[in-house]
Design a protein around this ligand. Sequence first.
Ligand SMILES: *Cc1c(COP(=O)(O)O)cnc(C)c1O
Length: 359
Amino acid sequence: MSARIRPDLESIPGYVPGRSFPGAVKLASNESTFGPLPSVAKAIAEAAEQLNRYPDNSSAELRGALAEFHGVDVSEVAIGCGSVALCQELVQITCDSPDDQVLFAWRSFEAYPIVTQVGNATAVQVPLDPAFAHDLDAMTAAITDRTRLVFVCNPNNPTGTAHRREDLIAFLDSVPERVLVVLDEAYYEYLRFPESDHPNGIELGRTRSNVIVLRTFSKAYGLAGLRAGYAIGDPEIVTALQKVHIPFSVNRLAQTAALACLQARHELLERTDRVVAERNRMREALMTAGYRVPPSQANFVWLPLGERSADFGTASAEAGVLVRPYGTDGVRVTAGDPHENDLFLTFATAPETMTRFLG
Ligand SMILES: *Cc1c(COP(=O)(O)O)cnc(C)c1O
């Protein structure tokens, strides 16, 4: 017999390692395929010499650099052990009872339901619209007296769809001030809307004390393995985040590497043009073959294959490319290097595959 564990955790699935496919190309986790820049690797190696010392719990240097980069005050910047840790901390600072509701679109980032349940709050999911985008009007309509937090994932993981500036402004204007809105912009660097439509949550949040924006070093900045994300918002929210922060959870290497990435941002952000070109090429090729593919503003594409999603994922893995199936909704495919994407497209557009999955 073991010690008593919260019974509600039974409904959160335990971690199940996927089948391994040695040598397979991995287009399953939206990572950057580029390794760390030499300047970043050097900063990490130097910081490693001080690993006997605790890191700065306030990440002061990194926060200062981010404040300068975004033109905000240091008191408006919080750092997390990946932005997923900030998602959990945002639930912790807003919800203290199962009566409290956390609202988000579905399907969206798989961490939202988990952090909500771990935070002892109640998830309210609003289905995506027929174009696989957030149904912002339905989300507004779903806000109740018990709503504490709303996650808006823009661009949305896993469907890649994004809302333009005007739509977001209208949505933010419709949310009561007592409700905290989290704009999760993990894929912000891959947005390619015209300037007038460009949705920059940090700009929109500047005049709204109930809006906080999440960005991460895990995707375009290529640091998924080190865990650093950040939030920008009202100082009162940032102070509350610091109170629930797990001490020292943003480690020394992560802080140093994130700082080095920020300094090398021009070089890193240039790489996103190549990723965007590949994402567009993949979408075109898949649509030409007859797949439905919603327009993507992220570093992945979405194939709404319904009941066939799991089998498509297995068949792709057997063909040497790991992709990410989501239940009976669809399959997400990350844009990797051109030769990796070619391998996937060869599989996806092969006559056997098309007969099986599009027929
Ligand atoms: C990848 C991702 C994140 C970032 O997670 P990290 O914890 O920073 O690695 C956050 N939100 C969404 C929607 C993501 O897809």
